[in-house]
Design a protein around this ligand. Structure first.
Ligand SMILES: [Mg+2]
Length: 166
């Protein structure tokens, strides 16, 4: 019943995702959320570590783009040094922003991974298009009230997810 909410892979952070993980799952491109996935939601620009990780992926032929529900202002500033293809105000889990990103990447959904920290936007959106979905733990625990409410429901989903896997 919750299948469409279940990630294909759960990791602590993006830094637990390496080339081997991607190769094993035949992943050629990444669509990545920004807030609380790459950096804490209140960090304005990509930090060196996340930039290094993205550059490492790109240098091995992995295509990367960003899809964020946040404002154009936030996303453009964050992307200033990264210079990636971005979709802002994406309205995830809607399909449109993911289709836009896939069109740009030129990859099939099944060879594209959606990486994000939220089940009801990132994972659900990615799963709807049959992408490979990777859930990361949110970087910052300080979040807006609405997101904190969503976290309660995420916990319920994940407890079922882990029971199913056992
Ligand atoms: Mg996020």
């Amino acid at each position: 019943m919750f299948n469409v909410l279940y990630p294909d892979l759960v990791v602590d952070s993006i830094y637990d995702i390496n080339l081997e993980t991607l190769q094993q799952n035949n992943i050629k491109a990444l669509i990545i959320d920004i807030d609380n996935t790459l950096v804490a939601w209140n960090i304005k620009k990509a930090d060196e570590r996340s930039m290094g990780w993205i550059e490492h992926m790109k240098s091995h032929g992995i295509k990367v783009c960003l899809v964020s529900n946040n404002s154009k202002d936030r996303v453009v500033k964050f992307n200033q040094d990264l210079r990636l293809y971005v979709v802002h105000r994406a309205k995830k889990p809607r399909r449109a922003p993911f289709l836009k990103a896939l069109r740009h990447l030129g990859t099939l959904p099944e060879e594209t991974a959606m990486i994000g920290d939220q089940i009801f936007t990132d994972v659900l959106g990615g799963n709807r298009l049959k992408m490979f979905t990777i859930l990361v733990k949110p970087i910052s625990k300080k979040e807006f009230p609405l997101i904190r409410i969503k976290r309660v429901f995420e916990k319920m989903v994940m407890s079922k997810y882990y029971k199913r896997k056992r």
